[in-house]
Write a protein that binds this ligand. Structure first.
Ligand code: BES
Ligand code: MN
Ligand code: ZN
Length: 489
């Protein structure tokens, strides 16, 4: 971090509000002989929200290029708009092959955000917006360079901003971890490979890790997860990461993520148009591992369990079938009516296991139902809860982190549906009616009295096109909200 504005020789970013000129802009203006005020007057430099104007001072100052970013009205920028404006800016810088940037920090602080918050949002959007997904193209595609130096130019004590800058960056790392995992094809990202990834994460951040193998699951009686795995050549994995940020192992929050590495639907097979994309059916697991990446960097004062039931959902002579009755880890029996409602089966055992390991509250994240895509589209994550207070915290953090959440109803009428079976305690797929709620309600049977929030990210885990904060494809949604939950005190 530097104090002087034009020390950075490469690239300077200056923010321009429509209704108020910051004193730092005066300074820039003076250096450029009135160029900025003239430019704004002539309409050559825009102060409108997220409009970018690039100039070359051509020797008038030591800085090679200056990017002005319009920020609109000073009191109309919220966190979401702020992220998007900077996401767009960083994407432009990346497209221009700029790798070293200085930001005139005092020019980019809107009315409703303080400098620390802005600093965090800037590194967060830099990391998320410029991320490029891995690929297997031989030779053809060239990646753009990443920004490797960010200088914050500010009058204030520089130490103030180091922590928020690191925090914002840690959030982006979590998001990109989740994106990378969702993007990985299932022939490469098997349950075993996901466990291996979790092991590396544990090593890096000093988490404890335990991966249950198939035999151990059999011993414990994880019949629901095992049923989903039954048709597969690939062994399943129950991955448990433990982060202890408080001296005693108490007040434990469990993040439970659906880790279905591929969902063919099983014998209730998906149509050929419904299958592509199902490598992303471990989006919940990815969000949980992404959150753990952030948590490992930020080290909040909290106790967190990450529980990930992982398997693919395949067909073979050994696969489970509709009409099968299976026994879950909780001891309750389940009539399988649809092998494509596999996520709730895997999650049932994971939720029970999380409780056995001492979870006092549970947040599960899953690409659970196509119905949620129909209901809320790609704009909001749908939620169910058995405890309104916990839900409200999660909802607020979601809004804060730019990952909006919408609650669906959950009551005895719905519970009754998943309890309907002539032959077992529960059924895994009552009816097409309200099926996003039925899916959640099924998991709720296993949460029982433990405070629980269910987040169905089927619609939000994938972006149909490139956007201000990332590429087309996996969004890494809920990695940030979960991490923020761990950091909430
Ligand atoms: N993984 C799917 C849900 C899904 C669909 C995620 C589309 C992302 C995009 C899930 O396992 C599934 O197949 N759900 C069924 C539930 C039904 C059988 C009650 C569905 O949505 O049709
Ligand atoms: Mn399915
Ligand atoms: Zn699925």
């Amino acid at each position: 971090m530097r104090i002087k504005l034009f020390q950075e020789k490469d690239t300077l970013v200056v923010g321009l509000f429509q209704d108020e000129k910051q004193s730092v802009v005066d300074e820039v203006n003076k250096h450029l002989n009135g160029f900025v005020t003239d430019g704004i007057k002539d309409g050559e430099i825009s102060t409108s929200y997220s409009q970018i104007t690039k100039i070359w001072p051509m020797g008038q100052c030591e800085t090679k290029r200056i990017y002005f970013i319009g920020l609109g009205k000073k009191n109309s920028l919220d966190r979401t708009l702020y992220r998007k404006a900077f996401g767009k800016l960083f994407q432009r810088l990346q497209a221009d092959h700029v790798t070293k940037v200085s930001i005139a920090m005092d020019s980019v602080i809107p009315a409703d955000l303080n400098k620390e918050e802005c600093a965090s949002l800037i590194t967060e959007s830099m990391g998320t917006a410029t991320y490029q997904l891995a690929h297997f193209k031989t030779g053809k595609r060239k990646d753009l360079p990443y920004i490797d130096s960010l200088t914050i130019v500010t009058e204030s004590e520089e130490e103030d901003l180091l922590l928020p800058l690191a925090e914002g960056y840690a959030f982006s790392k979590g998001v990109n971890t989740a994106r990378h995992l969702v993007h990985s094809p299932s022939n490469l990202l098997t349950a075993t490979a996901m466990a291996e990834y979790a092991r590396e994460l544990a090593l890096m951040h000093d988490f404890s890790i335990d991966v249950l193998e198939k035999e151990q699951m059999e011993e414990q009686g994880m019949g629901a997860l095992l049923a989903v795995n039954q048709g597969s050549e690939e062994p399943p994995a129950m991955i448990v990461l433990k982060y202890q940020g408080i001296e005693d192992w108490k007040d434990v929050t469990a993040f439970v993520g659906k880790g279905v590495t591929y969902d063919t639907g099983g014998y209730s097979i998906k149509p050929k148009t419904g299958m592509p994309g199902m490598k992303g059916d471990m989006g919940g697991a990815a969000a949980v591992l992404g959150a753990m990446e952030t948590i490992g960097r930020v080290k909040p004062k909290a106790n967190i369990l990450a529980v990930i039931p992982s398997t693919d959902n395949m067909i073979s002579g050994t696969a489970f079938k509709p009409d099968d009755v299976i026994t879950s880890l909780s001891g309750r029996t389940i009539e399988v009516l649809n092998t494509d409602a596999e996520g709730r089966l895997a999650l049932a055992d994971a939720v029970t296991y999380a409780k056995q390991l001492g979870a006092e509250r549970i947040i599960d994240v899953a690409t659970l139902t196509g119905g949620m895509v129909t209901a809320l589209g790609s704009w909001m994550t749908g939620a169910l809860t058995n405890q309104q207070d916990l839900y409200r915290q999660v909802e607020e953090l979601g809004a804060h982190m730019g990952e909006p959440i919408w609650q669906l109803p959950y009551n005895d009428d719905y519970r009754e549906q998943v309890r309907k079976s002539d032959i077992a305690d529960l059924n895994n797929s009552p009816t097409r009616k309200a099926h996003p709620i039925m899916g959640g309600a099924f998991i709720g049977e296993f949460a029982e009295d433990t405070p629980w929030v269910h987040l169905d990210i089927a619609g939000t885990s994938m972006a149909e096109s490139r956007h201000e904060l990332g590429p087309k494809g996996p969004t890494g949604v809920m990695a940030r909200t979960l991490a923020a939950f761990a950091m909430r005190n």
